[in-house]
Ligand binder design. Structure first.
Ligand code: PAF
Length: 286
């Protein structure tokens, strides 16, 4: 596995493969790789032999009071895992390489409306930071495909919309959520949970699963969906979560469900102590 810290170096490594007709797949990450990330790399390897993985803790997507400085950084372990999984190139830029003129007056990519709902309400700068860095990574790597996890459902939605709106020549591939044995969606932020919080955390997926079972196939009953959201909210609060939102949306539009909705998504964000967890489940409306 080749390691590149500079954009120039990375482009040179990719150019050779592109000229040889190789399909280029990108897996953008912020490091601290767990089995969820590894599943993205495996999905990428199913698409092509030439897989570029980036590790960059993107300052642009962290708000002022968020965990940028404490975000777990485990480069040695990450490299060993990527080597084992057969990644071809690891791109490891620093902030100066990505944002040489600083962040203040940076050109940004913004997906309006959808960046301000759900997680965007409590994290107002987050999604513009994500779409800006992903767009930049697409420009640097020029991948044919890029793989993202479905755990960040809203992020994946925004990236797909950005790609469509800007006619970017990248196929965006989603990879299913990876869960611990007790159902907790894998996340680097799970490391922040205390032992007692870790015991409570799987209740998030359990309540989502129960809510999904209650609503699956009943998507035309908009009142039932609303009641189910409220009940999930109450139950999670009683268990000890500080709820950001629990909402059922049309999975294709991310808007409120309507009678013509085909696929629904139940999304939740909730905090335990100081750890913010997100999860989602999709199901058919009919
Ligand atoms: O999902 C993530 O890890 C990040 O938001 C991403 C897509 C790598 C952009 O920094």
């Amino acid at each position: 596995m080749q390691r590149c810290k500079r954009i120039k170096e990375l482009r040179a490594a990719i150019r050779v493969k592109r000229h040889a007709g190789q399909h280029i797949v990108l897996v953008p990450t912020m490091g601290n790789l767990h089995d969820g990330h590894i599943s993205l790399v495996r999905k990428a390897r199913e698409i092509s032999d030439f897989v570029v993985v980036s590790i960059f803790v993107n300052p642009l997507q962290f708000g002022e009071n968020e965990d940028l400085d404490n975000y777990p950084r485990t480069l040695e372990e990450d490299q060993a895992k990527l080597q084992r999984e057969g990644a071809s190139v690891l791109f490891l830029p620093d902030a100066n390489e990505m944002y040489p003129d600083g962040q203040q007056d940076l050109t940004r990519v913004s997906v309006p409306k959808f960046n301000a709902m759900l997680c965007g309400v409590s994290r107002p700068v987050h999604f513009d930071g994500v779409t800006t860095v992903v767009n930049k990574l697409f420009n640097i790597v020029q991948p044919d495909s890029a793989v993202f996890g479905e755990k960040d459902f809203q992020q994946l939605f925004l990236i797909r919309k950005m790609v469509k709106d800007l006619s970017l020549p990248v196929e965006v591939v989603g990879a299913p959520i990876m869960r611990e044995k007790d159902g907790l969606a894998m996340s680097s932020r799970n490391n922040y949970l205390s032992d007692s919080e870790r015991n409570i955390a799987p209740a998030l997926s359990r309540v989502l699963q129960e809510t999904k079972e209650r609503c699956a196939g009943k998507g035309k009953d908009l009142e039932l969906l609303r009641q189910a959201e409220l009940q999930a909210n109450t139950v999670l609060k009683e268990i000890g979560f500080d709820i950001d939102y629990v909402q059922i949306r049309d999975a294709d539009t991310l808007l409120a469900p309507a009678l013509e909705t085909k696929q629904l998504v139940l999304l939740a964000a909730a905090t335990l102590g100081s750890t913010r967890l997100i999860d989602n489940m999709t199901f058919s409306a009919d």
